[in-house]
Design a protein. Structure first.
Length: 115
């Protein structure tokens, strides 16, 4: 089991508020990370019902690695979802739209590397 390590910098990533995003639009991306175990909280809020996919991407950012969970966001609400990922060097976690949306959505990834 991994534990928190004092001094690890926080990871904060967001694409800001998106208006009428298309299917597969990028909502948030951590960028390439060092190898390790990460605890990430993904906060999603939307003005209308929306679906987003949480992707772990390979070092080339060319393909998904592992399962791709989909979060169903209720209209006019936000939620926070906790994920733990074991990443290899230069892998990243990103959130994309799983369907187009007529409305607005905001996604933030907040987390840290565990020891």
């Amino acid at each position: 089991m991994a534990a928190r390590v004092q001094g690890n910098p926080p990871i904060i990533a967001s694409g800001g508020e998106l208006t009428d995003p298309a299917d597969n639009a990028l909502a948030a991306d951590t960028g390439a990370l060092s190898a390790g175990i990460y605890e990430l909280r993904i906060t999603v809020g939307a003005s209308a019902a929306a679906d987003v996919a949480v992707e772990r991407r390979n070092a080339a950012n060319a393909a998904n690695v592992g399962a791709v969970p989909v979060i169903k966001v209720p209209a006019g609400q936000s939620g926070q979802y906790l994920f733990t990922f074991k990443l290899e060097t230069s892998e990243r976690v990103r959130v994309i739209m799983d369907d187009a949306l007529t409305g607005t959505i905001a996604v933030t990834i907040n987390g840290e590397k565990l020891g």
